[in-house]
Design a protein around this ligand. Structure first.
Ligand SMILES: [Zn+2]
Length: 346
């Protein structure tokens, strides 16, 4: 069966959500629509923002995905892919099974800033449920690795609960489901509105001062300099990664250089531990520095992370990913594929 073209409303809404960096960044986030037995889902590594520019959707047989899932074979969905008028080299999103399990026709998964901020706070679950009452139903999923483990967690919720309109994924983001892509997008924006945090104003060091400490490898990012002067955020960001894409695109916790430490030395020390140079360095007393050869995906993650940091209430209790979680993400084949696509897109 040839699935033809992806539904126009799915394409339009996907591009619209993808164009808003407060909702998704880089290749993050995904969308889907079920039309009879066809599940149109965003392809892995593709950017939602590109939906109107190039093929980003893969059609799959919903019943075939369900069969593979029931047989425990949802790690490889290739046999469920339908032919289409679009490019054939695309692989379905790592969250395809999640999309298939959600009972609603249209499903959006976003790394929306207020949802992500909520998802890293110790009291985030309470905040989420309170924000959704009384007219929306919600569920909260503790952090598990994206892909099949996350789909399993969602499957357990759907088996036990009434169907949630929105699911908060701890240390990750949000999933919403509705009857149509337009309704799902409206729901996503509504949940974001209800969870909204004020962005703290952080006095930034002067751009000239930050640039004074640039190196051949690292350039100043003066717009983000404010987080360095805030000891709560400096500690928070250099201690551990908050979300999976931070591990995938920035390598984990952010490299911190103490006031007495040279930027290059701090970066080398981190490279010695993790086997790859840090993408981002917070240098106390100086500013924030990014590797000059960083990818567009890394840039999107940096901007989002800084925006999330400014939303976290001062001295809030924050839960981060464990070292084990980060290692799991970095050693994982599907994420490796995503990083490769991100490099090729440059
Ligand atoms: Zn995600």
């Amino acid at each position: 069966m040839n699935a033809g073209e992806p539904p126009a409303d799915l394409v339009r809404i996907t591009a619209e959500i993808g164009a808003d960096p407060s909702l998704v960044q880089g290749a993050g986030g995904n969308s889907s629509l079920k039309v009879a037995d066809c599940l149109w889902v965003k392809a892995s590594g593709c950017w939602m923002a590109d939906a109107l520019l190039r093929p980003v959707f893969v059609p799959l047989s919903l019943s075939a995905v369900g069969r593979l899932w029931a047989q425990g074979g949802a790690d490889n969905l290739d046999s469920a892919i339908l032919s289409s008028s679009q490019a054939h080299h695309l692989r379905p999103s790592i969250e395809t099974t999640l999309h298939a399990l959600m009972p609603q026709a249209a499903v959006l998964h976003a790394h929306a800033l207020n949802s992500v901020t909520t998802s890293v706070l110790a009291d985030g679950g309470d905040r989420f449920h309170k924000a959704l009452r009384p007219d929306l139903t919600g569920a909260v999923v503790d952090y598990v690795r994206p892909g099949p483990p996350l789909a399993q967690a969602i499957g357990r919720i759907l088996a036990a609960d009434t169907v949630p309109d929105a699911i908060l994924l701890r240390n990750h983001g949000l999933v919403v489901g509705a009857d149509s892509p337009d309704a799902a997008a409206a729901l996503l924006r509504e949940v974001e509105r209800r969870l909204q945090f004020p962005e703290r104003d952080l006095p930034a060091p002067s751009p000239a001062h930050v640039r004074d400490h640039e190196t051949a490898t690292y350039e100043a990012l003066p717009m983000h300099g404010g987080v360095v002067a805030d000891s709560f955020l400096f500690d928070l960001l250099t201690r551990a990664a908050l979300v999976p894409d931070q591990a995938v695109f920035l390598g984990g916790a952010i490299c911190g250089a103490s006031a007495r430490e040279d930027l290059s030395m701090a970066a080398e020390k981190m490279e010695g531990v993790f086997g790859q140079p840090p993408v981002l360095v917070l240098a106390a007393g100086r500013g924030v520095y990014g590797r000059r050869d960083r990818t567009a995906g890394a840039d999107g993650m940096i901007n989002a992370l800084m925006a999330i940091a400014r939303r976290i209430p001062v001295n809030a209790v924050v839960q981060a990913l464990s070292d084990r979680d980060v290692a799991d993400l970095l050693g994982w084949d599907a994420e490796h594929f995503r990083r490769q696509l991100d490099k090729e897109r440059q």
